[in-house]
Design a protein around this ligand. Structure first.
Ligand code: RB5
Length: 155
């Protein structure tokens, strides 16, 4: 199951991605459809998407105008690794190396091959190995911040 949500800038893009995924028979849950007729702010959308990603242990897609604001907000949620991707390579590498669990897209960027980015993100795997310890360090920074203790880097 894929979780998807967007602010007011990305409603059309969100709907087109949902149609694309359904065509591929991929289950997709639109967690912000109740906001499609009203105004909304990307931090709220980010939070709703991320809570669902965690609850379902799924991958998510979060959309705002640039993808930047929503990625900043998503990355404030514990356990979320969100990445703005503007091409296929970024989408593949953020799964391979960072184990990103939320793909952030910019609806106002006019990206032509946006479905390719989505497909690459969903079809790529985390490679683990040497990347695992780096992702673990991200989690450790998060844990230290939560506990109000200093993160001790290893350099
Ligand atoms: C909304 O106008 C816009 O600021 C938002 O969609 C996003 O691009 C922020 O980063």
């Amino acid at each position: 199951m894929i979780i998807i949500g967007s602010d007011h800038t990305g409603i059309e893009l969100k709907k087109s991605i949902i149609a694309h995924l359904k065509e591929k028979e991929i289950e997709v849950k639109d967690v912000t459809d109740f906001l499609d007729q009203t105004g909304d702010d990307y931090p709220d959308i980010a939070y709703i998407v991320c809570q669902n990603v965690k609850k379902e242990n799924a991958l998510g897609i979060a959309i705002c105008g640039t993808g930047i604001g929503i990625s900043i907000a998503c990355n404030k949620v514990n356990g979320i690794r969100a990445a703005v991707c503007t091409d296929k390579y970024m989408a593949k590498m953020t799964r391979n190396d960072n184990n990103a669990n939320v793909l952030c897209l910019g609806a106002r960027l006019g990206i032509e091959n946006v479905f390719e980015i989505v497909d690459e993100f969903l079809n790529s795997e985390f490679l683990g190995g040497r990347h695992q310890k780096r992702v673990d360090k991200i989690a450790k920074i998060e844990k230290c911040q939560k506990e109000g203790v200093e993160y001790v880097h290893s350099l």
